[in-house]
Design a protein around this ligand. Structure first.
Ligand SMILES: [Mg+2]
Length: 138
């Protein structure tokens, strides 16, 4: 399944997204970002984008009101693992969910050891992502 396909997310009665939740999406690939953007905006989240890990770090340095970060791992300039380590040093409380395609066995542990709170593989399933986000912002 291509990530550029239409998101399949249909709100369920038991999924309540509170207003004003700010999600920073660190994602270098345009089509991946557009997919995630559509899905999360439809669910009612406020979206911000970083094009690489360094931008994500810089964003957190200037804006302390980010509620959660969705962190792509494979990015130029600074990858998601390095960015997570750096962000957790200055803001340990912000939940970070790592995401990547073609993860190999053991990758999950690498991401969690870097400080990621959780991991979701690509292609991202809408309902799964929303539920995971809600788990960490509740
Ligand atoms: Mg990438």
């Amino acid at each position: 399944m291509s990530e550029s396909e239409q998101p399949d997310f249909q709100p369920k009665e038991n999924r309540q997204v509170p207003p004003g939740i700010k999600i920073l999406v660190a994602e270098d690939e345009e089509s991946n970002f557009r997919y995630i953007e559509k899905l999360l905006k439809k669910a009612g989240f406020d979206l911000f984008r970083a094009n690489n890990g360094l931008e994500a770090l810089e964003y957190v340095e200037i804006d302390n009101k980010i509620d959660l970060i969705l962190m792509d791992i494979k990015m130029p300039v600074m990858n998601g693992v390095e960015a997570t380590r750096a962000i957790k040093k200055i803001k340990p409380s912000v939940p970070i969910i790592a995401t990547t395609a073609f993860a190999i066995p053991g990758d999950r542990e690498v991401f969690l050891n870097a400080g990621c709170d959780d991991y979701i593989p690509k292609p991202i399933r809408a309902g799964e992502l929303i539920d995971l986000i809600l788990k960490y912002i509740a």
